[in-house]
Design a binder for this molecule. Structure first.
Ligand code: F6R
Length: 365
């Protein structure tokens, strides 16, 4: 049932404040402001020397975002790879360490094979999964559920932000257990997490502006997405979302990589979507925007009021979200990214919920 939405994807985008809040309630105690891990966790984050994460597609981008969080909050080294690369690489693994898999369906063939490889190497395996009856959920030693509910649209939206929600809370919990975060740090971070739904609701209000912008975007052939820090995985996710449903060629890059190649693509026809909340590396992204502007590239900037003030360039369009704690930005900035892909595809007239050549669950390699 699509409710009063035209597509499942639209419904699922709009459901995010609610399902993220639901997922969060599993990992944080709203009254005490503390994180909570399952009591029967078969490993202790204190003893983990290295966390190995693998997943595919959008779930991989959630894992890549989590790497920044585990390293920052828990000072826990993270190796992350695409499951199809990881499984054949025969990476040396330390028995007794922990590996983590992220999957909406819990049936993705490469992710499952990677899980079995790690288990075979004597690791404890944990999985962030949306479908609780799935193979990955069954075979993992520890399951961290996402409570996104069934996701029907082939392009992942609410499952992605629920994965991020669970991963952020787990990273904070790990930081606490490992003594890297104080009780006050934990409370501050949990308070930020609890505000995600409110900020998401605010971000959804940008839909009319984004719908208009999508009309312009629907006429282009290539789009570049740039971001730094946790906005980098989101740039990759933005490009994936756009190409899978609108069939427009898009690429996501770490903003710092611009001058190492992709800058050659920039001309007046090339929209560059810059994801840049005003955080501690914002200034670095400003220089990249100036490089784009100097070559006539059309910048679509997604930022906050401070960022909008401090660009020093005149973007073609600016989507302004409220100022928010840096940790939650990737979850909230995901909304304009998803809406932009959605409305571009609708404007082109593609089959948004069932894009060509794609399946919801990739159970073959
Ligand atoms: C993109 C998308 C895919 C999946 C990928 C992994 O919108 O949905 O990239 O994220 O196929 O699927 P799961 O999470 O089911 O393992």
């Amino acid at each position: 049932d699509k409710g009063n939405h035209r597509h499942f994807m639209a419904k699922e985008i709009h459901e995010q404040p609610e399902v993220v809040s639901h997922t969060l309630s599993r990992y944080v105690d709203f009254t005490t402001g503390r994180t909570r891990l399952p009591d029967d966790l078969p490993f202790d984050f204190r003893g983990v020397r290295r966390l190995v994460i693998s997943a595919c597609g959008t779930a991989y981008y959630a894992g890549l975002t989590a790497k920044y969080w585990f390293e920052r909050f828990a000072r826990l080294p993270v190796d992350i790879d695409i499951a199809s690369e990881f499984r054949y690489r025969e990476a040396p693994l330390d028995p007794g360490d922990v590996s983590l898999f992220v999957s909406q369906s819990g049936e993705t063939a490469d992710t499952l094979a990677a899980l079995r490889y790690c288990k075979g190497a004597g690791q404890k395996v944990a999985a962030v999964v949306n479908v609780q009856e799935s193979t990955i959920a069954r075979e993992a030693d520890a399951v961290f559920p996402t409570l996104a509910g069934p996701e029907i649209g082939v392009a992942s939206t609410k499952a992605f932000t629920c994965q991020l929600t669970a991963l952020a809370a787990i990273a904070v919990a790990a930081g606490r257990v490992r003594g890297e975060l104080s009780e006050a740090d934990e409370e501050r971070l949990v308070t930020a997490l609890m505000e995600i739904p409110r900020y998401m609701a605010e971000a959804l209000k940008r839909e009319p502006q984004i719908e208009k912008l999508a009309k312009t975007l629907s006429k282009v052939e290539h789009v570049l997405y740039l971001g730094r820090g946790t906005s980098f995985p989101l740039a990759l996710e933005g490009a994936l979302k756009l190409k899978e449903i609108s069939y427009i060629h898009a690429e996501g890059y770490a903003a710092g990589e611009l001058k190492h190649g992709p800058i050659a693509l920039i001309d007046e026809t090339m929209p560059v979507i810059v994801i840049a909340p005003h955080d501690r590396i914002f200034e670095k992204t400003v220089s990249n925007m100036q490089e784009v502007a100097a070559r006539g590239g059309r910048i679509i900037l997604i930022t906050d009021p401070k960022g909008a003030e401090a660009t020093g360039v005149e973007p073609f369009e600016t989507i302004v979200l409220p100022e928010m704690p840096a940790t939650i930005a990737p979850l909230v900035y995901a909304i304009p990214i998803q809406l932009l892909a959605y409305h571009t595809a609708v404007s082109i007239g593609t089959d948004v919920d069932q894009p060509r050549n794609l399946a919801k669950s990739v159970t073959v390699e």
